[in-house]
Design a protein around this ligand. Structure first.
Ligand code: AGP
Length: 627
């Protein structure tokens, strides 16, 4: 999703801005742009193509400067078009927006301004000219209107009028060595320059954008406004205690962050998604490494007291992370015997619910920056549920900072928009959480603990065996590539796995796919089953196997074609209309972690056969930082 980079320096910062955008590219975007202070004017280049094209453009236009901002945009308000791409310039009364001479404010923005219509009407009435359909342009004009020689002051006053979520970076034609940033609801970091004798400072929506430039990072907090100048910075907060106007100066700690460069090599793989599917044995192994025995302290100091106090679990997440939570509900209720509910974060925050103070609120997120999940977490806390824990892949993310307890998965940076290794590592973390809660609640004997730990240790090997099924899955994928619809079936804790399989297929191959608990077929979806409908089924050898087999007969009786991932001893055999891929042997409760892998491979190879942009599927972004 949208990305921001900004810099104040004594060297040409355009290469740093472009490199920063490249590091944020994998998140998904549909246009990009850069603006600098050059020869007393604002200069910019914008493109609806890739950042590489923008790089060529800035070189051709000779865009260079010591102060500037850059952006990758994922369209919300207004189509992906050059005139909607950021940076936006102010066009004050009397300034001709369409001439070469731009206004004096340049701005980039992540988030959504909810009162943009109202502000646009007021600004239009004052003579401001709008050249885009974005909500962002109103902020540039508003700052221009409030500007009285001090950009920091104008930004502070402008943000008091904004409703919604934003991270912004702004500079002004009349103050050549200054960039101002502000955040509320969207992440923004300050990078302190580290070059010898450095006087430079940076802004970015993610520390990763500044990898190789500085590892000295300040995570700005909600309500912060930051003033970046040569050799100094100053932060004030709208939520500060020592109020000056409505802002007070605040100190934020500088952290040394080993940000991943994001420039992972593809190696022998065609796409990052394929590479990430094949990294799962390593990723799950790393996530569980060092776990010799089960203890609540794996989730942070004070976890024992929290686990002892709680009476229920509430899981909040979106998309694939939500399906990880949905799988964990089965584990938590059957192994730890703790009532668990799982909520789609974007729904939970807007519905009336009944809070229980003795709830463990668990958020699950690969990125740790998903706006809906962060908002749902804050909503739960505001309802009086203080016990918070996150299962997250990014240790420095807002989610980890917001939660009291955390388990960091070690999937490594996930570049493909379609989540794969993040999902299986989340499941590994959630299984550990289940065991820790079971232990504290007296539902885990030493023998059970030893058996579970042994099975978890075996996971990398078991995953490797599943990955060896790839050639068989490719044969199926060639057939799937010609379909426009697919049904996925599962039962019990494999129903969320069927949901995840369907999400993967629709996300990257654009085939319409739906998932159902197999027992639900006869209540409606069976009407869709014809010879043209492939029905993918996850068939582990569990207590629901015989029920599942009956459901499969219902499909066959209607001419539906079955594609079954079946455990060895299920006695489901290939025959006309039934295709079977035999799963390697594995340990019962951890079966979802293995059964999802062939579904990932099926989606991946089907998408390849259809020739889609696997790592950057249309309309989607990696980090969903807007509501
Ligand atoms: C999955 O393939 C998707 N990219 C998406 O559903 C994702 O899981 C969701 O947006 C949540 O993201 P998070 O884990 O970073 O919070």
């Amino acid at each position: 999703m949208c990305g921001i980079v900004g810099a104040v320096s004594q060297r040409n910062i355009v290469p740093i801005l472009i490199e920063g955008l490249k590091r944020l590219e994998y998140r998904g975007y549909d246009s990009c742009g850069v603006a600098v202070h050059q020869a007393g004017e604002l200069r910019r280049s914008r493109s609806t193509s890739r950042v590489a094209e923008l790089d060529t453009l800035v070189a051709a236009d000779r865009v260079e400067g010591f102060t500037g901002i850059a952006h990758t945009r994922w369209a919300t308000h207004g189509a992906p078009a050059v005139h909607n791409a950021h940076p936006h310039f102010s066009h004050g009364p009397g300034e001709d927006a369409y001439t070469a001479r731009p206004g004096r404010i340049a701005l980039v923005h992540n988030g959504i301004i909810e009162n943009h219509d109202e502000l646009r009407a007021e600004l239009r009435a004052k003579g401001y000219v709008f050249t885009s359909q974005t909500d962002t342009e109103v902020i540039a004009h508003l700052i221009d209107q409030l500007y009285d020689g001090d950009l920091f002051d104008a930004v502070k006053r402008a943000t008091l009028q904004l409703k919604g979520a934003y991270a912004i970076a702004v500079f002004c034609r009349d103050e050549p060595h200054r960039v101002v940033g502000a955040r509320e609801g969207s992440p923004l970091v300050l990078g302190v320059g580290t070059m010898e004798g450095a006087t430079e400072n940076f802004l970015a929506s993610d520390a990763m954008a500044l990898a190789g430039v500085t590892d000295q990072i300040i995570y700005l907090e909600e309500g912060d406004v930051v003033d970046l100048q040569l050799g100094k910075y100053w932060i004030e907060s709208a939520h500060g205690a020592e109020v000056r106007g409505r802002y007070a100066r605040v100190e934020r700690p500088v952290r040394t962050v080993q940000a991943h460069t994001g420039a992972a090599e593809l190696g022998p793989y065609r796409h990052y998604m394929q590479k990430e599917i094949f990294e799962q044995p390593r990723a799950v192994g790393d996530t569980l490494s060092g776990v010799e025995s089960i203890t609540p302290e794996l989730f942070g100091d004070g976890a024992y007291a929290v686990f002892k106090d709680i009476e229920q679990v509430l899981i909040l997440a979106c998309g694939t992370s939500y399906y990880a939570g949905s799988t964990a509900k089965y584990w938590l209720e059957s192994i730890a015997k703790i009532p668990t509910s799982v909520e789609i974060a974007s729904e939970y925050r807007y519905r009336d619910s009944v809070p229980h103070p003795k709830t463990l609120v668990v958020t699950i997120s690969q990125s740790g920056e998903t706006a809906d999940t962060i908002a749902a977490l804050k909503h739960a806390r505001a309802l009086g549920m203080p016990h918070t824990l996150t299962i997250c892949n990014v240790a420095t993310s807002a989610m980890v900072r917001e939660c009291k307890l955390a388990y960091i998965t070690h999937a490594g940076v996930e570049i493909g928009v379609a989540s794969t290794k993040a999902f299986t590592t989340q499941l590994a973390g959630l299984f550990l959480l289940t065991l820790a809660l079971a232990q504290v609640r007296g539902h885990l004997t030493d023998e059970q603990e030893a058996a579970h730990v042994k099975a978890m240790r075996h996971l990398p090997v078991a995953l490797q065996a599943v990955l060896a099924l790839e050639p068989q899955v490719i044969a199926w994928a060639e057939e799937f590539a010609r379909k426009e619809n697919a049904l996925f079936l599962g039962r019990g804790l494999h129903y969320p796995i069927a949901l995840e399989g369907a999400l993967k297929l629709k996300e990257i191959s654009y085939i319409h796919a739906e998932a159902y608990p197999a027992g639900e077929l006869k209540h409606g979806p069976l009407a869709l089953v014809t010879a043209a409908m492939p029905v993918v089924t996850v068939a582990p050898n569990d207590t629901l196997l015989e029920k599942l087999k009956s459901n499969l007969q219902e499909v066959r009786a209607r001419g539906g074609e079955l594609f079954v991932f079946a455990d060895a001893d299920t006695h489901i055999e290939s025959e006309p209309g039934i295709h079977v891929i035999r799963m390697p042997e594995h340990y019962g409760p951890l079966s979802p972690i293995l059964h999802v892998v062939p579904l990932q491979l099926l989606a991946y190879h089907t998408a390849c056969a259809r020739g889609t942009d696997v790592d950057k599927p249309r309309n989607l972004a990696k980090s969903v930082t807007v509501e």
